[in-house]
Ligand binder design. Structure first.
Ligand SMILES: [Ca+2]
Ligand SMILES: [Ca+2]
Ligand SMILES: [Ca+2]
Length: 392
């Protein structure tokens, strides 16, 4: 184990998180790994014996209720409200357009049944899902609603938000159909507001719809800083739990469990701040955090503050995966646990001078059984890690 500070605290990455509230509370109370993590764990009665349980209960519905669901499909061009007493199905690729605002009341359940069941908020539209911890808005699959024990990754598409904030790409389009003008994202509106995503669960998503076309649980594409993304739980995506392509959006309190590609994938020059991030990976997953820049400038320079990646053997890209030499995020106060031969910190390429000048690690612990630093940029990564140089 290495840490770029003189003392390290308890391995809160291994904490048994009893439910999502505990996970949030732990991280909300962790301002310094050394001094507060023990107290934070004890305050919630959590042991350090390892994560075993489910973070959230899956909702259930009968076949009759499924059959009677209100269907959302095609283009939604006028504003509407979804309420908790109605069950909704997303059927096929469903686009919110024409600056429409979809308000989703707390406790509302929305499901999909196959890979093409994707809900996309196009540029200018808004999702207003301002839910509560007790009554989250839940996106899940038909399979899981009928039988929670059959819940699994890849049982429907996912939730996608396209915004108008800057990216480092000339004219990016959401990748499931880059020829579709409706899927354009990015722009010049730094403080762009795509609405509120607060207390959302996104479960069992991410079906593969083509070669290299897997849908993430939550895709944030060019989303601006005026958007609220807070208290998000993603479980069982067959691709990433959350992927961010550019934009300036901040993400606060996000818990990601059992996603099969990367848990938190950041690209296209994203420059926001992610705070209180919990990742619990499966053995078949890839990176905990994957960060790249799409080969363009400005670099993906976002900041990740208060985080834990708990990673098991069998994945191949490392706990933190710096995928290119034009990527320079800042990591503050985190704990990465990686088992077996997976590197806790993996830099795919020798770092560029600009990257080395900007990438930063402060108060981060890397805890692993064999490989701490991996990739062609391992030496650079170690140097930057040991510099402990991030400014708050
Ligand atoms: Ca992805
Ligand atoms: Ca990856
Ligand atoms: Ca990915």
């Amino acid at each position: 184990m290495v840490a770029n500070k003189t003392e390290v605290g308890l391995a809160f990455a291994n904490a048994g998180l009893n439910d999502i509230t505990d996970a949030r509370n732990i991280l909300a109370n962790v301002t310094d790994v050394d001094t507060t993590v023990n107290a934070a764990l004890n305050a919630y009665g959590i042991s350090v014996s390892g994560y075993t349980g489910e973070l959230v209960a899956h909702p259930t519905r009968t076949q009759a209720q499924i059959s009677a669901a209100t269907v959302l499909s095609g283009d939604i061009t006028s504003s509407m409200t979804l309420n908790k007493n109605t069950l909704y199905r997303v059927s096929g690729t469903t686009k919110v357009k024409n600056n429409a605002v979809i308000t989703i009341q707390p406790g509302t359940v929305i499901f999909g049944a196959e890979g093409e069941d994707v809900l996309v908020f196009t540029k200018g539209s808004k999702i207003m899902a301002d839910a509560t911890a007790d009554e989250p808005v839940i996106f899940t699959s038909e399979t899981a609603l009928l039988n929670p024990s059959s819940a699994d990754a890849g049982q429907w598409g996912g939730l996608t938000i396209l915004g108008q904030a800057p990216t480092n790409q000339a004219d990016p389009h959401y990748e499931i159909d880059e020829s579709d003008a409706d899927y354009a994202f990015g722009g010049t509106v730094t403080a762009d507001n795509s609405g509120i995503l607060r207390n959302l669960y996104i479960l069992n998503s991410g079906e593969t719809i083509g070669t290299d076309l897997e849908i993430n649980g939550l895709s944030l594409c060019g989303v601006g800083s005026g958007t609220v993304v807070e208290n998000i739980y993603v479980e069982n995506s067959s691709d990433d739990c959350i992927e961010i392509w550019g934009g300036t959006v901040d993400v606060t309190n996000a818990t990601m469990k059992n996603c099969q590609d990367d848990s938190f994938d950041l690209d296209f020059g994203w420059s926001g701040t992610a705070t209180n991030i919990v990742v619990q990976q499966t053995e078949t997953a890839h990176a905990g955090f994957e960060i790249s820049s799409g080969g363009a400038a400005p670099m993906t320079s976002g900041k990740i503050v208060n985080f834990t990646i708990n990673k098991v053997d069998g994945s191949d890209e490392g706990g933190i995966y710096i995928k290119d030499d034009t990527t320079a995020p800042t990591f503050i106060n985190g704990y990465v646990t990686s088992y077996g031969s997976d590197a806790a910190l993996n830099a795919k390429k020798v770092m560029s001078a600009d990257q080395k000048a900007a990438i930063a690690f402060k108060d981060v612990t890397l805890n692993n059984s064999t490989t701490t630093y991996g990739g062609a940029g391992a030496t650079d990564a170690q140097e930057r890690f040991e510099a402990n140089s991030a400014s708050y």
